[in-house]
Design a protein around this ligand. Sequence first.
Ligand code: SF4
Length: 494
Amino acid sequence: MCGVFGIYGHSEAAKLAYLGLHALQHRGQESAGIVSSDGRQLKLFRDMGHVIDVFPESQLEELKGVHAIGHVRYSTSGGSALRNAQPIAIEYSKGTLAVAHNGNLTNADALRKRLEDAGSIFQTSSDTEVIVHLIAKSKQQRVVDRIADALGQVEGAYSLLCLTEDSLIAVRDPLGIRPLCLGKLRGTEVPVLASEPTSFELIDADFVRDVAPGEMLIVSPEGTTSLFPFAPVARRTCIFEFVYFARPDSVLDGVSVYEARKNLGRSLAREHGVDADVVIPVPDSGVPATIGYAQESGIPFEMGLVRSHYVGRTFIEPKQSIRHFGVRLKLSPVGETLRGKRVVVVDDSIVRGTTSRKIVKMLRDAGAKEVHMRIASPPTEWPCYYGVDTPTRSELIAATHTVEEINQYITSDTLAYLTLDSLKHSVLAARESHLRRENGASAFPLPDPASSKRHLTVAQSLTETSFCHACWSGDYPVKFQPQERKEQLPLLHV
Ligand code: SF4
């Protein structure tokens, strides 16, 4: 759960990176950082907190230069601490280098042990530092080859931005698990790269195309080059980005996230319709799916819960414990919408079940006559090892309970989930309609014919089998031994 942003060749590179990161804030709120380059040396600043708090204007003025990369972080590897904030910047035998990484490596521990046995001293506990050490230790001469050599040894998910004194290198892992997009400042040839195109809107940049799985884009004084240095594999893009993680105004890999989520709601209504008076979202992520549910079912869409956007990182809890305090800080019921009504409530997922249980109680306390919970994804049974912060299997309620047992636990009248097939079809249907609007292949232009052919083959090959859906199916695209098995898990009391 991180966001990366990069820009090459602009006199206000750090300020545009700041804005770009601001539009990626939903991908990580723990720390933020920017590295800039004036063509000769790199400057780094990073701190804990939101982008707007980390970078006062005076700090941005210090980040002089014409190139910059930035990072917002939510820790999925290495814990939450300033030393693990990114970008990571190093001096090594060939110069200086900064790295910003979205994703998680699955073989980082083994690589780290090998590097430490060979004398490397690590400054952080994050998996990204493994990549940095591998680059520094590579026997290759050119930085591009060193990066390809390092990434050839890692497994897992990475959308990576690397900044040297005079080049910006973007790489997306061969499975294409995390997103990465290329844009251009409007009316210029200045390239920008970001986890999601939401960054481009804010800085007046146009979306050019997605970086393809396995692609390395090199931006240097010689221009922009596209390489495919890794052996090709079938892509496995994270489908959870479309359910929850990405911002709804993003279009990723040709899929409008907003439209995909509305399709999820439509499918839910078709598969799990129920007689009701209103359908309400768990805001904010459940809103588009609820609109889809309402459109398909004809049940009126209403706001039955209102989210507070001002919940800080820390708050003072009263000594005398108030029941459901945490949830009430974030969500409040709208009594007028709920009183005496049969309510369908749509959420994107159920993780531990505790929040859903509190929401159902809150709706009933506010006067709802019936509460029917509808989930716009299948039951979450498996943790993510590729960069999304899900708890261990033993904490996932769907790993140990049937749907009916979960229904009893959260105390809803009925509970239903979307099937995995419907999820995939909903996302692919959104892609079809987006491509029709964008006129097919013209959405992915590339200047170099050799790269174009490869790029088009990989970028346009999104099919039913191109997704990672391991958190629902346990079918992990990068194989490793899961540490827990379902039958060994303790049962929760319902
Ligand atoms: S396990 Fe789930 S959240 Fe993680 S990459 Fe796969 S689909 Fe995405």
